[in-house]
Every structure is written in C-alpha cells, then in structure tokens.
Write a protein that binds this ligand. Structure first.
Ligand code: URA
Length: 432
C-alpha cells in the first residue's frame, strides 16, 4: 500500500477502505507518512467528504491510537456530555451534579481553555484547592462513591487526533464534518461512557454557522456512537450570543451556583435542564417528560447543589464560595461598560465577548499563559433588550486595571444596536 495512492483515491472522490484509513493514520503516528502527505489527504477529505463507514473507520483508528478508559463496572449508568464549544458555556458545572444526584455515573475528563472559549478545568480550579489531576484509582473510586468526578486529561487519549488537529489548524482543514465528527467522537469513545449527550452549537460563535450543517455534524456523531454500541443523543443549540450572563472562570462558577439554586438566567437554565433530561432519559431508560420532572425536582429540592458541594469537596476544593457565592465576584477592579448610543441590542458577538474576557486575564492567548480566575465579564443586558445611551451594558472584572482599555475596544465590536426590536432567538433548534 502507498500513501500516494490513498491520497489520489480520495482526491478522485472514491471511498477508502478500513485498511487504507488505518494505513494512513498508523503511518502518520509512526512517522512513515509525512505531515505534507496527511495534509493533502485532509484537504481531499474536505473537498470530497467521507461516507458513514469511512468516518467510522477513521474514528476507530484515532481512538485506538492511545489509551481508553474502562467504565464497564458502571454498566449503562456511565454518562458523558460534550459541547462543541462556546462562550460562557458552563453547562458541565451544572448538568454533571444534577444527573449524578439522580443516579447517573459521571466520570468526566475535561479540557482547559485556549483563545476565546473557556475550559471546564480552569473554571473548577478557580475554587481554591480543587485537584484536577486525579490518579485513575482516585478518579474511578470517587465516581463509585459519590457518582461524579471531573478531572483534566491526564492519559494519552486519541493522540492521533491531537496530531491531526494541530495540522488541520494550520492547513485550513478544521471545518469539515467527517473530520470534526471523528475528532470529537474518538476522544468521547476513548473516555468510555455508555451514554453520551452532545450539545452541537450553531451560530456566529460556533464552527457550524447554520442549522443544516449542525444537524449533519450531529447525525454523523450519533451514527459513530451507535456503531460503537453507545447511546447518543444530540441537541442543536444556539451560539449566536454568549450563554448566560457571565463569562470568566470564577464568574461562571457563580452563575452555575445560581442555576442550581433555582435563580439562573432563563436560557442557560433551560439548556441545562434539557441536556440533563436527555442524559437521564437515555441512561436510566425513562421517558423524556419523566426525566425532566426528575431534573427539575433535583434543582428545586437542593439535591443537585448538594451534589456539587460533595463533588468539589471530594476533589479538595473550597466549598465556602458555594455557600456564599458573592465571594466569586470579588475581583480587585470592576468597571462598568456603557452603551455608546440608544437602541435594541440586535447582536452580541459571542466570539468578541470571549476575546474581551480573555483580554481582562480570564483566558489564555498562548498555552502557557497564567489565568486570572477573578477576571471576566458580566452582561447586564440581553439580546433584544432596549438600552439608552449611557446605560450599563456590562461589568468588567479583573486584577489588573491596565487591561480595561483593550477589553473595552473589543467590546465596541461585540454589540450592535438597531431601531427595531429584533426577532427572538431560538435556544434549542432540535433534538436528534
Ligand atoms: N473540537 C474537536 O475536538 N475537534 C474538532 O475537530 C473540532 C472541535
């Protein structure tokens, strides 16, 4: 077999076999296939796509390039969720304790943030003492005991994806449905959960800019999961505007506590209830209406918030801010950002808000940057609200007041105002 022939075959729009896909991936990992050859193959896939069977073989080859977690001891109860990325997306902090409080087993590995999107591990580490590198025994033992553990990625999961992603990032081959679907699912499958709920974002702040593409991506991921014997459901959700009212690490923990206390922003609360209900429904085998009732009860009874405290405490984190959430809004400097004119808010560009928050210290521009956990942005107005010139649109939080200027400049790009009230936004387009 020659990599040249495989590249040529895909370039001509033909279907690759299992052996050819494995040859390319294994050869790339061993160094027998060069970066430029894989780049050419990736570009051919971008142009000519892959069928379901090819995507399955590609996912399988990437998953088997590294470690896998065995969660079989938890049977059908092991669950995971994945979001295709967004600004202000703190849903894991909320959904994980809800479903754990109802008997699901959450053994979750999460990432750190880079660029304008935040990472769950960074948000959790804003709580003093939180340990995000558990040994495998600690991790599984904690799931067994309290039903939930969330750790950073310590193992060598799907290293082929890591290598391929780095190449895609610099060769304009990221936004291809077969490549995104296989990339995400190779990692999810390696993490071992039996039931997986995917939050596929759609809109200006997401990879998928329209509903049709988001659905095609969701269907491809569901098909892969089912071929591996996992239960998968996908929600297609809006990412035209940031999720919730807070962006930034300790600020997002604050907002998670608000939702679990029944006082959360409406869209964020609804999305979390929907994600949690779907997880409970597929893993415990109850219908979706019953699952929703269970989820709502878990929030209103305080069960879910107690589970969050139990989880943070088990991983060494300080739970006093969970009892007194205002402590999470304690940045050294705060500044109001005001409307420059009057009108309805017709756009809040999620990516710009994410970058503005990063510029205050809440995120990393480069992998090794140090995060200011107290930094971030509180949105005081929502999409379609009317604002008068001079009204406070956001509050900026940081430990370094020399950063306000750059952040404000970025926020100037984030908001658009219109004379007419814009149409209301759809939160959840569909569930597949
Ligand atoms: N997230 C991933 O993990 N992979 C992609 O290809 C895109 C988003």
């Amino acid at each position: 077999m020659r990599i040249y022939d495989i590249i040529y075959k895909k370039r001509m729009g033909k279907t690759l076999t299992k052996e050819e896909i494995e040859f390319a991936i294994n050869g790339y990992m061993s160094g027998d296939v060069a970066d430029y050859q894989i780049s050419a193959l990736l570009m051919a896939i971008c142009f000519n796509s892959m069928n379901e069977q090819e995507i399955f073989y590609l996912t399988d080859a990437m998953m088997r390039s590294g470690d896998t977690v065995d969660l079989s001891r938890f049977g059908n109860l092991s669950v995971d969720k994945h979001s295709t990325g967004g600004v202000g997306d703190k849903t894991t902090l909320i959904v994980a304790p809800i479903v754990a409080s109802l008997g699901c087993k959450v053994a979750k590995m999460s990432g750190r943030g880079l660029g304008h999107t935040g990472g769950t591990v960074d948000k959790l580490e804003s709580l003093n003492g939180y340990r995000s590198s558990l040994s495998s025994n600690e991790f599984l033992g904690q799931v067994e005991k309290i039903g939930i553990a969330v750790t950073g990625q310590s193992g060598n999961f799907a290293p082929a994806d890591k290598k391929l992603y780095a190449l895609r990032d610099v060769t304009a081959t990221v936004d291809s449905i077969p490549l995104i679907a296989s990339s995400i699912m190779s990692k999810k499958l390696a993490s071992g959960a039996h039931s997986i709920v995917l939050d596929v974002k759609c809109g200006s702040g997401a990879f998928m800019k329209n509903e049709a593409d988001a659905k095609a991506l969701a269907s491809a991921m569901i098909d892969i999961g089912n071929k591996f014997g996992r239960r998968v459901r996908a929600l297609i959700t809006n990412m035209d505007v940031p999720l919730g009212n807070f962006v930034g690490n300790s600020l997002e923990v604050y907002e998670a506590v608000q939702v679990l206390s029944g006082m959360g922003e409406a869209n964020l609360t609804e999305l979390c209830i929907s994600l949690a209900s779907n997880i409970v429904s597929i893993s415990l085998g109850v219908d979706i209406d019953k699952a929703r009732e269970m989820v709502e009860d878990s929030i209103s009874s305080g069960l879910a918030l107690n589970k969050m405290k139990e989880w943070i405490n088990a991983q060494g984190g300080d739970i006093s801010p969970l009892n007194e959430p205002d402590l999470l809004l304690g940045a050294k400097f705060k500044k109001e950002y005001k409307a420059k004119s009057s009108g309805y808010i017709s756009k809040i560009n999620a990516e710009c808000v994410g970058i503005a928050s990063m510029l205050l210290g809440a995120g990393r521009a480069k992998k090794d940057d140090i995060i200011d956990y107290s930094a971030g942005i509180e949105l005081k107005c929502c999409y379609s609200d009317y604002v008068n010139q001079g009204d406070t649109v956001c509050v900026l939080y940081t430990s370094n007041d020399s950063l306000f200027n750059a952040c404000e400049k970025k926020l100037d790009e984030a908001f658009s105002l219109s004379e007419a009230k814009p149409e209301s936004n759809t939160l959840i387009y569909d569930t597949l």
